[in-house]
Structure formats: C-alpha cells, structure tokens
Ligand binder design. Structure first.
Ligand code: GLP
Length: 244
C-alpha cells in the first residue's frame, strides 16, 4: 500500500484527481468503479472541470457504481445512481451506453447482481476502483463480518451504516435496511485501487488498515495485499489514527 497524507478536503480532491488522470492515461478504454458520499465530491468537481476544459478525456471510459440502496429507483434523488448522475456522469455528458449502475429497485435482486457481474466481466473487469471508507471499515457496502469471496450481492446494512446515511432521508425509519454492493472479490480484482479517507469517525478504520493485518471485522483490510493500492488520507486523521 502506498499511503499519502493530504491536507483536508481540497488536498484530497486535488491529489485524487491527479492520481485518477495518471491511472486513466494507462488504459485505452478504462473501466472505473465509482463511489458516493461526501468524500469523493471534490474529486468529481475537479474531474468535471478538467473534462469540460478538455484537460481530461473520458471519451472511451466505462463506469460502474460500487453500491446502491435496495428499494430506491434511479429517479429517486436519494439513491447513489442519482448522486453520480448529478455530480459526475451528467455534467460530463457520459452517454448511457458507457454507464452501468446497480438497480436497487430491481424486482429480482439476485438476478440483478448476476447481471451486474456479467456486465463487469464483459467489460473486462475494473481498471480503477475508487473507494471511500465507512466509519465501520466498510468499502462499498461490504460490512464487517461479510464474506470476502463474494461478487455483487445483497447486504443487510449495519446499524452504524444506516446512522451514517441518516441525513439523506427524512427520518431514520426511511433509511433502507438493505443495499446492493460489489463484493470484496470484485474490488480486489481491480487492476488499481484508490482509497480516499476523510471525515470524522474514520480514525478507527484507518487504524485497522495501518495495523497491516487482514481482519474480517474491518473489510478495508481486505485490500492490504493489493499490488496497486494507493490510500490518500486526510492529515487531520493522523493524531487519532496511530498504530495500536
Ligand atoms: C456509504 C457508501 C460507501 C462510502 C461511505 C463513506 O456507506 N456505501 O461506499 O464509502 O458511505 O461515505 P462518506 O464519504 O460520506 O464518509
């Protein structure tokens, strides 16, 4: 793992944009897995700016999302597909044929997961997986104690995850209880992984990662032996994230 400390949200966004541009330059038709949340917002702003000025060409890139809430249609502004359309895919006018997002409103969720894995395989797998980090150490919606061998699957969201997502919804009761997520196996198979770590409450998960031991209680540690893992971490987490 290459760990790089960055300064705040701006430092993270700038370093992440530089990294994404450099990785994408290596692939002719890159396949990119996209995260949602507060953490990647600055990255998306910068990529959109670069795309609009012609400094970045995403003309042949293909996009998948990491995860989605079960039960929400893509037209629902609270879902992850809507977030990505609003902040990244829409402003860059990425055509629909180069986008495949998980359908949390699918009638047959296992079939949707299989179809998603099929689409990923047909695309040749992921070249760059961009990840945020949950306070409980999850990546995408792979919660603590989950099976690291799985591909895309349905998950029951941990109470801490539902609490962290509470602000997207009018009440706690409305936060979905299930999600769809790319599995750890799929993420680990990505040719490059960029992990973005920022925000309150991430110190414990970061500490587990820095401890350097794969631990099912901290799903992010499944990435430790990835040959091309870069972690960009907000320096403000440093005092709290000392090695145990
Ligand atoms: C959710 C998403 C994750 C994301 C995490 C962190 O749980 N499912 O994919 O990494 O939130 O969100 P934030 O960046 O807002 O801290």
């Amino acid at each position: 793992m290459e760990l790089q400390w960055v300064d705040g949200a701006d430092g993270l966004a700038e370093a992440a944009a530089e990294h994404v541009v450099a990785v994408l330059a290596r692939f002719a038709r890159p396949v990119i897995a996209l995260p949602t949340g507060a953490t990647p917002r600055g990255l998306y702003e910068r990529l959109v700016r670069r795309g609009r000025t012609g400094a970045l060409s995403l003309g042949s890139a293909r996009f998948f999302n990491l995860d989605e809430f079960v039960g929400l249609a893509p037209s629902d502004p609270r879902c992850y597909a809507a977030f990505l359309t609003r902040h990244f895919l829409g402003p860059l006018d990425i055509p629909a044929e180069r986008i495949r997002l998980l359908r949390g409103d699918a009638g047959d969720l296992p079939a949707e997961c299989l179809a998603y894995d099929g689409a990923l395989e047909a695309a040749g797998g992921i070249d760059l997986a961009i990840l945020g980090l949950g306070t409980n150490g999850h990546i995408a919606f792979n919660e603590p104690g989950g099976d690291w061998k799985l591909g895309t699957h349905v998950v029951t969201l941990a109470p801490s995850t539902r609490r962290a997502q509470r602000l997207l919804f009018a009440s706690e009761a409305e936060v979905p209880r299930q999600g769809l997520t790319m599995g750890i196996a799929t993420i680990r198979a990505a040719r490059a992984v960029l992990l973005l770590v920022m925000g309150e409450g991430k110190a414990a998960a970061l500490g587990a990662l820095r401890a350097g031991l794969p631990d099912p209680a901290w799903p992010v540690t499944a990435l430790l032996d990835h040959p091309r893992l870069t972690a960009l971490v907000d320096r403000r987490l440093l005092p709290a994230a000392r090695l145990p």
